[in-house]
Design a protein around this ligand. Structure first.
Ligand SMILES: [Zn+2]
Length: 127
């Protein structure tokens, strides 16, 4: 019975270790990260007769929203930087998600090793 439990724990550990390795590949990728999240605001210039007054807004304005010393700050992103900012903000999000999961797996593995120790512990005299 305890051997079944130990075997179940080992299987679980194998799955978690494989998942952690996949996450480590993401964390090890050399990429630029833009911390914060992007906010899009539809843009209406307000000029009379402009297409934006007829339901065709201009490309949206983009802002980088992030916490600076506990306060949310919005930073305007220049149109020329939109593509790069979107890519790097997405990379940041992926990196953070991978890191959060990687840490959770570490804690889970810790518990598994403890349980495995208990499941494998012998009593003495040997039966
Ligand atoms: Zn306009």
């Amino acid at each position: 019975m305890r051997e079944i439990e130990a075997s179940r724990l080992r299987q679980k550990a194998i799955r978690l270790i494989a998942e952690r390795q996949r996450l480590e590949k993401i964390l090890m990728q050399h990429q630029r990260l833009l911390r914060g999240s992007l906010l899009e605001r539809p843009k209406f210039c307000g000029k009379p007769g402009c297409k934006c007054t007829k339901g065709q807004p201009h490309p949206p304005s983009l802002y980088l929203s992030r916490l600076v010393k506990g306060t949310v700050r919005h930073l305007f992103i220049r149109a020329a930087d939109h593509k790069r900012a979107r890519k790097e903000a997405l990379s940041y999000k992926e990196f953070r998600q991978a890191l959060r999961r990687w840490r959770a797996i570490g804690k889970e593995l810790n518990r598994i090793w403890e349980e495995l120790e208990t499941a494998q512990e012998e009593s003495y005299p040997f039966e």
